[in-house]
Design a protein around this ligand. Structure first.
Ligand code: PLP
Length: 411
């Protein structure tokens, strides 16, 4: 008899997006003629930057040319891409990293989950709430929690860090000791981005408690406030206490291409369990060599092209397009008397529904009355209840039409 991983059985009813799809399908089956606007799932909609497409083509031609064929590449990524990242994302901001501190992968979702492989099961885990649900679910799968509560909202054993209007959606440091801390900045779903001072408090806490911060900066390219940090390593001391996750999914439109990276500084250490400290870099390196065979050469060439001078202009245009949508949607929601947050440093607008209306009630109402798909805030955690998320990923026409519909929506 084989045994399954019973931790999977603890996962509550279904991941958020399948449930949204189910309700949308049901609605479309009953009203087949409606013209639905999707502001729900955070997937990009616009074409790949031309510089990336051209690099892709060139790389494919190289592979087929007979002269520059490549098989397995370095598991951790090609030097050309690691070099472009170090120079453009970090050195340009005064951060010194070695190229081998960058690990190229096929997505931040996998990285956020896989990082748990190199940490012990005894860690106390703190997770912002509301946040990208993958952090909680992967900890459940790894057996780091007890059962979910009766409301299906909270797992025993996790420390939830409330992100509320009172703290500007930036979590306060916990009152109980914790070892691993997930911060998402700018945050999905609230759109909040931390200041230097707010991040410095977290770095100071982590260094003092020898905790490690998992800093998910998948949306850093959308920060428009020039006073805000883009990387946690802009804070002195962060190389001793933080792993950073970055992705080309949203800035480069790579959700279907798949390329991301993790920064794991060599200075980062953790306890072996016997009171001795050891570097984490060799463990993550070993994990890559053993469990991964690298991202495709053409994909990495396409990612590299995002850092070329034409690529940078095109990435900027792409990000500006989505942030233009965010402004249109934010203003429309604001004019309909709802409390509106985010949408300035992230492509997500976080909206508090009218008093007494739950997130799923708001979702159903907006779907039926405005024919717009949003994301219920409660799907991102208990503190998301009563809110909904509007995604700015879409065409300008859709954003304008959604804005009109939001303005005329009656609650
Ligand atoms: N991190 C956050 C906060 C996200 O919102 C997402 C995707 O929506 C990801 C990571 C996933 O990124 P990737 O496409 O690189 O797997």
């Amino acid at each position: 008899m084989a045994f399954l991983n019973s931790n999977y059985l603890k996962l509550k009813g279904g991941y958020l997006f399948p449930e949204i799809s189910r309700r949308v399908r049901e609605f479309c089956d009953s009203c087949p003629d409606v013209c639905l606007i999707r502001c729900g799932i955070g997937d990009v909609t616009e074409s790949l930057p031309l510089a990336a497409c051209a690099a892709f083509h060139r790389a494919v031609d190289e592979l087929g040319s007979g002269k520059a064929f490549r098989g397995y590449g370095p598991e951790q990524g090609y030097r050309f891409l690691r070099h472009a990242i170090v120079e453009n994302d970090y050195r340009s901001r005064g951060i010194r990293l070695d190229e081998d501190e960058i690990f190229i992968s096929d997505g931040s979702k996998c990285d956020c989950a896989n990082i748990l492989d190199i940490f012990g099961d005894q860690n106390r885990i703190a997770i912002a709430d509301p946040v990208y649900p993958v952090y909680v679910d992967t900890n459940v799968m790894a057996g780091h929690t007890g059962a979910v509560d009766a409301l299906g909202m909270r797992y025993e054993g996790l420390v939830y860090l409330p992100c509320t209007e009172a703290n500007g959606f930036i979590p306060d440091i916990p009152t109980k000791p914790v070892d691993l801390i997930y911060l998402c900045c700018p945050n999905n779903p609230t759109g909040a981005a931390a200041t230097y001072q707010q991040l410095a408090i977290w770095v100071e806490y982590a260094v003092r408690h020898r905790a490690i911060i998992f800093f998910d900066a998948a949306y850093e390219a959308f920060i428009t406030d020039s006073t805000l940090p883009h990387s946690i390593y802009e804070i002195p001391g962060a190389k001793k206490c933080a792993v950073e996750f970055r992705s080309f999914s949203k800035n480069g439109g790579f959700t279907g291409v798949r390329c991301a990276f993790t920064v794991l500084p060599k200075e980062l250490e953790a306890d072996t369990g016997t009171g001795e400290c050891k570097a984490l870099h060799p463990l993550w390196n070993r994990r890559f060599s053993t469990k991964f065979n690298g991202v495709g050469y053409a994909v990495q060439r396409a990612a590299e092209a995002l850092y070329s001078s034409a690529g940078k202009v095109q990435v900027h245009e792409l990000v500006s397009h989505y942030m233009g949508n965010a402004r249109i949607l934010r203003e429309a929601l604001h004019s309909s008397q709802l409390a509106v947050f985010g949408g300035v440093n992230a492509p997500y607008i976080w909206v508090r529904g009218p008093h007494g209306v739950s997130s799923w009630q708001a979702f159903d109402h907006i779907l039926k009355e405005a024919n717009i798909v949003v994301t219920p805030g409660s799907g991102f955690g208990k503190h998301g209840e009563g809110y909904f998320r509007v995604s700015a990923f879409g065409s300008r026409l859709n954003a304008l039409e959604a804005a009109q519909r939001f303005k005329s929506l009656k609650w």
